[in-house]
Design a protein around this ligand. Sequence first.
Ligand SMILES: [Zn+2]
Length: 494
Amino acid sequence: MGKNIRIAVLHFAHETVTFLRNDTTLDDFIYPGSPASGEALLSAYPKSYMGGFVKMAREFNEVELVGIESPLWPRTGTGSGWITTEAYEHFLGRMIAELKNGGPWHGVYLALHGAMAVRGVARPEAELARRVREVVGPSVKIAATFDLHGNEDHEFLEHADMGFAVKYFPHYDEYLQGERAARMLVRAIRGDYKVAHAVRKVPILTATVRMWTGASPWMDLSQRALTWEAREVDVYVNVFFGFPFADVPDVGITVQVFTNANAKLAGEIAGDIASLAWRKREKLLSSTKIYSIADGVALAKAATAKGDTPVVLADHSDRSGSATFLLKEIIAQGLSHVLIATIADAKATAKLKADGVKAGDAFDMEIGGLVDESAGTPVHIQGTILRAVEGQGQYWVVVRFGRDNVLVLSTYLVQVMEPFSLAALGLDIHAFRAFAIKSRVHFRKGFDDNGFAKTILLVEPTSPFLGTVHLEALPYQNVDLKKFYPYGEPKFPR
Ligand SMILES: [Zn+2]
């Protein structure tokens, strides 16, 4: 059988914290492996959306996939601010040119995140879809995958046909959503699925730390979407929780529903889930307990004394990776056997690298802090270097200090999701009684949802700056907080 379905595959993803001072630049997207095209792009994220998409698409013999040159995630991860217009236009321009020259196409797959923020472009994913549509024409089917932290509204779907967002946070179903996108794209291309969609915005804005789907009522939103998908044939539901640290006009919760040519049903389901979210708005904001850093460390100490270990101390608020508040408090309260991972400090790691430090060397320097007020002030650490190693585009220095504590210094923000990922640094994970990490919810994958940690404490500094649940302290330019619960009393749109 000939390959008579040609699908172009594109990737452009970032979760942009626009309140960080360091822009995400063209240079941040260019490193060994990125941009990627052809088979390298198709195999770039084998366990994520891309992997699922490619696997399923290739189950259809007639499908040919073409990897269009695309940037992978920037090397800064989620620890960088506004994407420059230059970086966005550079990659988008090359994508569009390749689409124009490489056609004809039957379908386009866009592997996106949804919370990308670009200087001068209000809705970057919708703009990408618009430009793709412009070049491929009205009959070509366009499907995308999204993170549930995407900031979306009706605009993307004015240009694209379908989107598939993950339903779990941590995002366990990325691969699954990639598979669904592939299958539904093929069905739409064959004329076997005629998309009717509905979109509802829900004016609720809150910090991502609250959005764990392992507990109600966030779990209830995911479950309601799953229930609708199970009870109705050909229904697909996205519940975007949104990303409040991107200062963009389409923040807040968004419900999208796709049906096979049944606009009425799509509208009913979207309305049901939107009103469910609205009815539960108080609980959505109060179900997660967040401690001050001082209280959290004291509770960790008590849990350690009782043997309820290991303990996780998650400073969910650190958006730069350089925050030192938790490290300071651990030292102040004399906690022992703690692994602190990580403190990001590009200057310190560059200096240590230049000095050629090695295991056994004495360590005596100020680290962390300073990138902005939410990072706090540097901390003076004296200890012994256990390891200094290059890996995953960063420089890592492991330092033993204090009472059997270990500190991991990194170049960029690192969100530790699995304790055993740190074993790669030569650490005996079982030797620690507590883990001080920078994560909101993703850490539950390796610390909670597998029974590893016995005590979990979410902490944040008391000052209401970037990263904390106090969104009212952020200098929004494109968001009117009064239009969102709990900052104003918005009317729920009927
Ligand atoms: Zn996410």
